[in-house]
Design a protein around this ligand. Structure first.
Ligand code: FES
Length: 129
């Protein structure tokens, strides 16, 4: 693995960005990687359909936690609809390394949770007449 990316991943793992909980999140979701049982939770503060603030928590390997940490920086300020449509490419770009299919499950855990939180919040909106 390229040293820069390894250091970058370890930095996010050791100093996770936006780690913790929001007092009153409008949207949240939690899920696990069924292969290992590691979990991630995402919480959003939403205003006008835009994620104004985000926190994540959980436990897991360096790739899953670092990838979730990087993702929180990516999605802050995005519209819920944009988050719901994100593909795994955003995670691969963030992590910046080629990873095996097993590690891909680790890297995309946070993305899956973030998309669930966004989709759940969109689904909870009142129907427009
Ligand atoms: Fe559990 Fe990576 S080994 S998420």
């Amino acid at each position: 693995m390229d040293d820069f990316y390894r250091d970058f991943i370890l930095d996010h793992y050791r100093n996770p960005r936006n780690f913790g909980h929001l007092d009153h999140p409008e949207a949240s979701a939690e899920d696990l990687n069924p292969l290992c049982g590691d979990t991630i939770r995402m919480e959003f503060e939403v205003d006008g359909g835009v994620v104004r603030d985000v926190r994540f928590s959980g436990k897991g390997c360096a790739i899953s936690q670092a990838s979730a940490s990087m993702l929180t920086e990516t999605i802050k300020g995005m519209r819920l609809e944009e988050i719901a449509k994100l593909s795994k490419d955003v995670v691969l770009e963030n992590v910046g390394i080629g990873i095996s299919p097993t590690r891909l499950k680790c890297a995309t855990l946070g993305l899956r949770v973030a998309k669930s939180a966004a989709i759940g919040e969109i689904a909870g909106w009142p129907d427009e007449e």
